[in-house]
Design a protein around this ligand. Sequence first.
Ligand SMILES: Cc1cc2nc3c(=O)[nH]c(=O)nc-3n(C[C@H](O)[C@H](O)[C@H](O)COP(=O)(O)OP(=O)(O)OC[C@H]3O[C@@H](n4cnc5c(N)ncnc54)[C@H](O)[C@@H]3O)c2cc1C
Length: 387
Amino acid sequence: MATDPRGGGRGRRAGAPPFPFPALRGEDPLTPPLILGAGPAGCAAAIVLARSGAHPLLVDRDAEAGDVLCGGFLSWATAERLRGLGIDAEALGAHAVERLLLFGSGRPVEIPLPRRAFGLSRKTLDSTLRRQATEAGAEPIVETIRQVNGHHVLGRQREWRPESLFLATGKHDVRGVTRPRPTDDPALGIRLRFRPSATLAKRLAGTIELHLFDGGYAGVVLQEGASANLCLAVRKSLLAEAGGNPVDLLSNLAARHPHFALRLEPGWREGAIETIGAVPYGWSASTTDPGLFRLGDQAAVIPSLAGEGIDIALASGIAAAEAWLQGGPAAAPAFQRKFYESVKDSMRWAGAAWSLAETPAAAHAGLAAARLVPGLIAPLMAATRIA
Ligand SMILES: Cc1cc2nc3c(=O)[nH]c(=O)nc-3n(C[C@H](O)[C@H](O)[C@H](O)COP(=O)(O)OP(=O)(O)OC[C@H]3O[C@@H](n4cnc5c(N)ncnc54)[C@H](O)[C@@H]3O)c2cc1C
């Protein structure tokens, strides 16, 4: 297998501005940065790098963005960070979300969001980010990466030896740079996309719903084109109790939770249900090697209940690109440390919220307190946003 010549070549594209690296002036130009994964993290890095003339290579196993399993909730902070990249969620047809409705035992609790958030499918979001990255000058490459060994990146068809590697493969680990696998009853993601009836669409309008269960939660939000996204994060044991069948798991939950049952309209069983296993909630990287920048879920996996994963992905991509533009591959360890420091408190708060939500007695007490003191949840929502 031949090494891709661009992996060892000069990084400047014909007609592109020279690299603005004052710290490296006088030295050989760097090879183009190689970004693995064209999700929000990889694309954000690609956009910033390409806009600075660095001509990154943006590698993804899929030629087109798919509809990644996700709650599809863009927090107000995420929407703002997207605006900074030139992307307006509203202009993409995203559904505006103004309030959170929390369902547990007893009456639901309604909490106004501090600013407008959105429901948007990952297909639309990721396609837009990819387009923005390629229009800025990133080179898209379709390849499945099988292994990373130091600076040696091995795909199915090609290999590279870049000086700088941006690891943004999200939920999927690559051999050689894996994250520790969660062991003790790990969390799973389950997603059902559907077209709600007019009655349900009216009920969901302007709202993100969180239904809290013993062992997990479900989020429901409307998205562009009047579709709805129902996404659960649950313990593996809950799925095991349902014989490993997600349809039976949803039926069991509906039998126990009348509000949740109303979200499963006739015919829901015929819809496609996707699952993803062993999400390492709470994991984060505080160190790395020079030349290896870990981004998005490969940098920190915030419990999804907080609805902040996409923002972490975008923020890490932008920060890593800026660090690289300042200091080249040597900047990776300092970037990783600084990014870890900037997310660690939000991660802790989100972890506490997830523990509370999935434990019935704690969730019951928390919701009862929130009914008495409506302002109680707002500081928690703020604490789970990253700096
Ligand atoms: C159940 C659940 C619900 C969630 N809900 C929300 C929510 O509502 N709001 C929110 O903000 N966050 C949510 N998140 C978190 C959010 O989905 C992630 O944090 C976010 O997708 C991370 O972005 P990323 O760019 O790091 O990775 P990803 O979005 O996973 O993108 C990774 C990319 O890498 C590519 N790739 C993977 N492996 C390879 C390989 N070997 N070779 C080549 N390419 C590869 C993939 O094709 C993909 O395009 C949720 C997470 C879960 C588990």
